[in-house]
Design a protein around this ligand. Structure first.
Ligand SMILES: N[C@@H](CCC(=O)N[C@@H](CS)C(=O)NCC(=O)O)C(=O)O
Length: 209
C-alpha cells in the first residue's frame, strides 16, 4: 500500500520525498499549494494541525491500521522505524542521528527560512536587521556542518535520515545566498548525495500543480 505525502516544493517537503525514495517505499504526492493557502483547509488540518506541510498518511501503519504523521522530523523517524533503514537500532549509533536531526529541525531550517523571508522584503529598512541576523546564524550553522563533515562522510557516520533532513535545506543554498565553495566539506557531502539516483528522484518528483 502506498503512503500519501502531503507536500509542496520546499525543503521540508523534499526531505520526505528523498527519504521515501531512498527507503524504496511506494508513495503518492498530494500537493498542498501553500501559495494558495491550501494548508488551512479543514481536511488538511485534521492531519496537520499546525497548518504546515509535510504530513503523511500511511494506510499500512502499526498493526495494519492507518496512521497520519505531521512535522518532518517525526515523519523521518517514523519512516526510519517502519523500514529499519537510515535509523540504526543501536543506541550509540542512533544518538548522532537524533542529534543532527534535531540540529536541523531546531536551527538549520528556521534560520535559513528567515533569510528566505527577509531577502524577499521590498523595504530596505524592514529587511536590514533580520537579514543580517539570520544570514550570520545561517553561515555559522554551515561552519558547524563543515567542521562535522571534516571528520565524517555523513552527519551521523553512516548515511541516515539526518542527512536527508539537512539536504532539504542545503538544496536551497542559492536562495539563502551561501556559496558552498566556502564550505568544502559540505560541498563534498552535497555533491555525493545529489549524485544518488534515489535522491534525484526525490527532488524531481512533481510537487507543484
Ligand atoms: N517544523 C515543520 C516546519 C514545516 C514548514 O515550515 N512548512 C512550511 C513550508 S516549508 C509551510 O507549510 N508553510 C505554510 C504556513 O506556514 O502556512 C516541519 O519540519 O515539518
Amino acid at each position: 500500500m502506498s503512503i500519501e505525502l502531503f507536500a509542496f516544493d520546499t525543503p521540508n517537503g523534499r526531505k520526505i520525498s528523498v527519504a521515501l525514495e531512498e527507503m524504496a517505499l511506494p508513495y503518492q504526492i498530494r500537493i498542498i499549494d501553500i501559495t494558495k493557502d491550501e494548508q488551512f483547509k479543514p481536511e488538511f488540518l485534521k492531519i496537520s494541525p499546525n497548518n504546515k506541510i509535510p504530513a503523511i498518511i500511511d494506510a499500512d501503519g502499526p498493526d495494519g491500521r492507518p496512521i497520519s504523521v505531521f512535522e518532518s522530523g517525526a515523519i523521518l523517524l517514523y519512516l526510519g522505524e517502519k523500514t529499519g533503514k537510515f535509523l540504526p537500532k543501536d543506541l550509540v549509533k542512533r544518538v548522532p542521528v537524533l542529534e543532527w536531526l534535531m540540529f536541523q529541525m531546531g536551527g538549520f531550517g528556521p534560520s535559513p527560512g528567515q533569510v528566505h523571508h527577509f531577502i524577499g522584503l521590498a523595504n530596505d529598512a524592514d529587511k536590514r536587521y533580520g537579514l543580517q541576523r539570520y544570514t550570520a546564524e545561517t553561515r555559522r550553522l554551515y561552519q558547524v556542518m563543515n567542521t562535522r563533515l571534516a571528520q565524517h562522510s555523513y552527519f551521523a557516520g553512516e548515511l541516515s535520515i539526518a542527512d536527508f533532513a539537512i539536504l532539504g535545506w542545503v538544496w536551497r543554498h542559492p536562495r539563502h545566498q551561501v556559496d558552498l565553495n566556502e564550505f568544502p566539506n559540505v560541498q563534498r557531502w552535497y555533491t555525493a548525495l545529489m549524485a544518488r539516483p534515489a535522491v534525484q528522484r526525490g527532488f524531481n518528483v512533481a510537487m507543484r500543480s
